[in-house]
Design a protein around this ligand. Structure first.
Ligand code: KIV
Length: 271
């Protein structure tokens, strides 16, 4: 039987066991109670309370403006919606970079105030001290390399990362540093598939990709993109499983029409 079917609660050890058995890990974002309970009952392994909430929930252009308090609000709503999935929460921009003590305090606030199970940080060697300090408090850490949206103003573009040899070499080095530091898993975003596969083969911890091809140990997508709630964002790596934007627009249009025409509510829809 697969690990996925055997277990009642996903833990970091369960993810390791999935990698050992060659069983792929399915991860999606969620930011609220209702969505979290739907994706959890549908069998998702990991829910990421991503700082992409800054884009898809709050309408900001980047992930930078979202605050630690706002991440805790989203995370605690998600925690109330799940029975089985492992919940990982992004440490937001400005809550961990360059100061390991602040990183630890931010991670502790997330764990204490939301009830989530782990945190995710973007970066490699430069945040090693923060990662080690968080881990020393017993808080599991997921790494994130490749396209790291909190550094968008350094990159200048959301294009594929690590195409050049030097950047690819540094990414591999960073991946090993994160594994050695004690991260339980690693997200690789928007890098060449061959590079991602090489990293996944070299590491013993699970590597979860977004726009990183099929040679990794699992996949993550932003929920709003995957169900077609967002329309404009259409990168090559995105598979849309629904077209909810069109369906909801049509449903709301019908509701407006029915209210205006006095068709809603009818005799059976009132007391
Ligand atoms: O915030 C987010 O949704 C993420 C995923 C894209 C991995 O970090």
């Amino acid at each position: 039987m697969s690990v996925h079917k055997e277990i009642k609660k996903v833990t970091t050890n369960v993810l390791l066991e999935m990698k050992r058995r060659g069983e792929k890990i399915a991860m999606l974002t969620a930011y609220d109670f209702t969505t979290a309970s739907i994706v959890d009952s549908a069998g998702i392994d990991v829910i990421l309370v991503g700082d992409s909430a800054s884009n898809v929930m709050a309408g900001h252009e980047t992930t930078l403006p979202i605050t630690l308090d706002q991440m805790i609000y989203h995370a605690s709503s998600v925690v109330r919606g799940i029975d089985r999935a492992l919940i990982v929460v992004d440490l937001p921009f400005g809550s961990y970079q360059g100061n390991s003590k602040e990183a630890l305090n931010s991670a502790i606030r997330i764990m204490k105030e939301s009830g989530a199970h782990a945190v995710k940080l973007e970066g490699g060697a430069e945040i090693r001290e923060s990662i080690e300090r968080i881990l020393s408090a017993g808080i599991p850490v997921m790494g994130h390399l490749g396209l790291t949206p909190q550094s968008i103003y350094k990159f200048g573009t959301y294009t594929v990362r690590a195409r050049e040899e030097e950047e690819a070499r540094r990414l591999i080095q960073d991946a090993h540093i994160l594994e050695k530091a004690g991260c339980f898993a690693l997200v690789l975003e928007k890098i060449p598939a061959a590079l991602a596969e090489k990293v996944a083969k070299e590491l013993t911890i699970p590597v979860i990709g977004i726009g990183a091809g099929g040679g990794v140990d699992g996949q993550v997508l932003v929920f709003h993109d995957m169900v077609g709630l967002t329309k404009e964002f259409s990168p090559r790596f995105l598979r849309r499983y629904l077209n909810l934007n069109e369906e909801i627009t049509s449903a709301v249009g019908n509701y407006v029409k029915d209210v205006k025409s006095r068709d809603f509510p009818n005799q059976n829809e009132q007391y």
